[in-house]
Design a protein around this ligand. Structure first.
Ligand code: HEM
Length: 186
């Protein structure tokens, strides 16, 4: 039941996006609109997948973490498809130029490849072997935040709140890591 609720809620942005684009056809700049909906949804879902790990001692939702992460990856994949298909019209030279020349694009690309690696290694078998690298999700979160800010060129109140939350998470993880290391060294 909870799983069904997760799927229904997380697919709402996709339904909303498709309805506006293909049924009502009332979007002025479809490419920009797809970037916004897919980018923001991917970021928010990824953020929740990290929160699930952080609160596991208090509320255990760990069995849903993988699905939530994969749905977040699905939106980031749509975001990349928007770039490759609609923005670049499959022009490989344009894609390479943009990726190498614009820092916010290559930061997005690095973040995407971290998410891709995590999605591929999320199967039971591969997760055992590669789970230690899954902590790179924190790096991906930081890169996505910078990518978002650079894409906007200015900060609004939602972004400031979001950045403060990211900083708290990153400091908390760093603090836990230092504590664990100190304990091991005693
Ligand atoms: C795969 C490589 C990526 C490319 C080529 C890319 C490209 C872009 C572009 C061109 C924009 C600017 C759109 C505009 O305002 O005109 C943008 C915005 C954005 N991207 Fe990405 N991106 C990538 C990866 C990611 C990833 C992995 C995430 C999150 C998981 C993400 C989240 C966002 C967000 C939140 C925005 C701002 C949307 C808005 O508020 O309008 N991007 N991206």
């Amino acid at each position: 039941m909870k799983r069904l609720v997760i799927y229904l809620v997380t697919f709402l942005p996709f339904v909303y996006l498709s309805t506006r684009l293909f049924i009502f056809e009332n979007v002025n700049d479809p490419i920009k609109y797809i970037y916004t909906i897919t980018g923001v949804t991917a970021t928010v879902i990824l953020f929740f997948s990290i929160i699930i790990s952080l609160i596991k001692e208090k509320i255990n939702l760990m069995k849903y973490r993988k699905e939530v992460g994969l749905i977040g990856f699905f939106y980031s994949f749509l975001h990349l498809l928007n770039f490759v298909i609609f923005d670049a019209s499959f022009d490989l030279v344009f894609i390479l130029e943009q990726t190498l020349e614009k820092p916010f694009i290559y930061l997005g690309m690095i973040a995407f490849f971290i998410l891709l690696f995590m999605a591929i290694t999320s199967t039971k078998l591969l997760f055992k072997k590669y789970n230690k690298y899954h902590r790179f999700v924190y790096l991906s979160l930081i890169l996505i935040t910078i990518h978002w800010i650079m894409a906007q060129k200015s900060l609004n109140i939602e972004q400031i709140i979001y950045i403060i939350m990211i900083l708290i998470i990153v400091y908390y993880k760093l603090y836990q890591y230092i504590l664990r290391n100190n304990r091991l060294n005693i």
